[in-house]
Design a protein around this ligand. Structure first.
Ligand SMILES: [Zn+2]
Length: 64
């Protein structure tokens, strides 16, 4: 079974791990929060900016 990561808040990574919220330390996005796979950080694992995920989530809910 393949799990699809749709728009909105990513609660689980496609590898099955729960996502965690971290804070960016890059100079481009200092202090910006993001969702990341709780097990592995890398390609094919969740990485999504929290503000963007929340905007998408709002959009998804608005369409229901
Ligand atoms: Zn993962």
């Amino acid at each position: 079974m393949e799990m699809e990561i749709g728009p909105g808040i990513p609660r689980k990574c496609q590898c099955g791990a729960l996502t965690i919220v971290l804070k960016s330390k890059t100079t481009q996005n200092p202090g910006r929060k993001f969702y990341q796979c709780g097990a592995i950080s890398g390609p094919n694992h969740v990485f999504k900016w929290l503000d963007e995920a929340h905007l998408e989530e709002f959009d998804v809910l608005a369409k229901k």
